[in-house]
Design a protein around this ligand. Structure first.
Ligand code: URP
Ligand code: ZN
Ligand code: ZN
Length: 461
């Protein structure tokens, strides 16, 4: 692992309750040289340059968001958060590592696109890595994948949707699975049958159904579930580890469960919006409904419940945000044709408060499960564990001091994400990051960002 910018400050975190994916106990933590140096019942004050008394607070491993799109180029302009603003919002939400994407232009090599993306991320305040997307299959793609692996990449991304731009056909998807599987790495996949979705989209527009509601209706759960089934079959044949991103529907879960019960290495991710929001959000005028034009679209309440159960049962292993925000002026590119609305919405700031409030406090998941899906599993699945994802001696000192009593309401006004809309507007939440520590630096103190000079680094996995 390649690390620089390590803080020499010695910090003593006293009297907190440490919560990991498996434990909950009271102890002190000494942070030294950016690492967790000691965890003991009672550590003496004279060990540290700085003491933080966190009585009554929870001490959690920093979050790893396995799915974000900062500064993603689209015909309507880039996502409204770049790496600097998006990583600041992430920090407020207790996330200290981001996994974004490398999406080459047609004809560009994967390695060249990776270099370009690492440069775009250089202003990130938190550590980062990427899933690399082969968006076409060329004679050089196999070698490019291997070169990316040598450069520290262990996961690749295939889109079964978005045919014509970044989507791959099944033959090329299979080739990627074969190469990546042989290397012992992971393919992450966006599951929606692209050709069928495109046919529905074109039919709706031809019938003059152009509103955001038809974005939702053109991407039915059945087309996600069929894609999930197909991806699982192809991955089994290619003997490749598969990670299905943003699972949104109950129908998809059965295929995932079946594969897992046969011992296939299939991981699944969902997002807070698929747990908490539903398709009633597509009723209203353009500015009310366009913020929810995301793919897959929001589903039904029955899907929300099935996803919570799947999280609780461990069928879904991670919660990522798919942070991909656009301002309303950008969404307006599709005011008379929903196909032109840039897909995506923000959320990197809200993952922990939503999981805590609507998961833990409503007893849908335990505190340990919350830590698991928020930090430990993303670290384990994507080759960052035990450096990240745990409160453990020797791990990076990426730590969130969580105030479980704080109460707030999510709003565009209060958010730190750069965006003029927020899918969770009006949601009441409990819990807030009081301190966030990144490799021994303390960018968030008493709930405020105070060290904008904190810099993240590219994590070679
Ligand atoms: O609507 C979404 N999710 N936009 C971001 C790209 C993707 O499909 O993940
Ligand atoms: Zn996607
Ligand atoms: Zn995404």
């Amino acid at each position: 692992m390649f690390i620089h910018n390590i803080s020499s400050m010695k910090i003593l975190i006293k009297n907190g309750v440490i919560v990991t994916s498996t434990d909950q106990y009271k102890a002190d933590i000494l942070v030294q040289d950016g690492k967790i140096a000691r965890i003991e019942n009672s550590l003496p004050d004279n060990l540290a340059d700085k003491i933080i008394n966190v009585e009554g607070k929870l001490v959690l491993p920093g979050g790893i968001d396995p799915h974000v799109h900062m500064y993603l180029p689209t015909p309507a302009g880039p996502t409204s958060d770049d790496f600097e603003s998006g990583s600041k919002a992430a920090l407020y939400g207790g996330t200290t590592t981001l996994l974004d994407f490398v999406t080459p232009s047609k004809g560009q090599s994967l390695t060249d696109a990776l270099k370009q993306r690492i440069n775009e991320a250089k202003n990130s305040l938190v550590d980062y890595s990427f899933h690399v997307s082969p968006v076409e299959w060329r004679s050089t793609t196999e070698q490019e994948i291997k070169d990316c692996i040598n450069a520290g990449i262990t996961s690749f991304k295939v889109y079964m949707a978005y045919k014509g731009t970044v989507g791959l056909n099944d033959d090329d998807f299979y080739k990627v699975l074969q190469v990546v599987g042989k290397e012992g790495c992971t393919v992450t996949v966006h599951c929606e049958l692209g050709d069928e979705v495109d046919e529905l989209r074109n039919r709706f527009v031809a019938e003059n159904h152009v509103e955001p509601l038809y974005h939702c209706l053109s991407r039915p759960a059945e087309l996600e579930a069929k894609a999930v089934k197909q991806a699982i079959e192809l991955a089994a044949k290619a003997n490749c580890t598969l990670y299905i991103v943003h699972v949104s529907s109950k129908e998809s879960l059965q295929y995932i469960k079946d594969a897992q019960s046969k011992g296939q290495r299939v991981f699944a991710e969902t997002c807070p919006h698929y747990l908490l929001l539903d398709d009633s959000k597509y009723q209203g005028d353009f500015n009310q409904t366009a913020p929810f034009t995301i793919s897959p679209p929001l589903r039904k309440k029955v899907d929300n419940d099935a996803l919570w159960n799947a999280l609780n049962e461990g069928v879904i292993k991670t919660v990522g945000t798919d942070h991909c925000p656009f301002n309303l002026s950008q969404k307006a590119a599709g005011i008379s044709d929903f196909r032109k609305i840039p897909n995506g919405a923000g959320g990197v700031e809200h993952r922990l408060e939503l999981l805590y409030t609507y998961g833990v406090l409503e007893k849908r998941i335990t505190l340990n499960q919350m830590v698991d899906v928020f930090s430990t599993q993303p670290a384990k699945i994507f080759g960052l564990y035990p450096l990240k994802g745990d409160i453990k001696v020797g791990s990076d000192a990426d730590i969130v001091i969580w105030d479980p009593e704080s109460e707030q309401t999510i709003s565009v006004k209060a958010q730190h994400q750069h965006c003029d809309n927020n899918m969770y507007e009006g949601f009441k939440t409990k819990g807030k990051s009081e301190f966030v520590i990144c490799r021994g630096e303390i960018p968030i103190k008493n709930g405020n960002l105070i060290t904008p000079e904190t810099k993240g680094t590219f994590l070679k996995r």
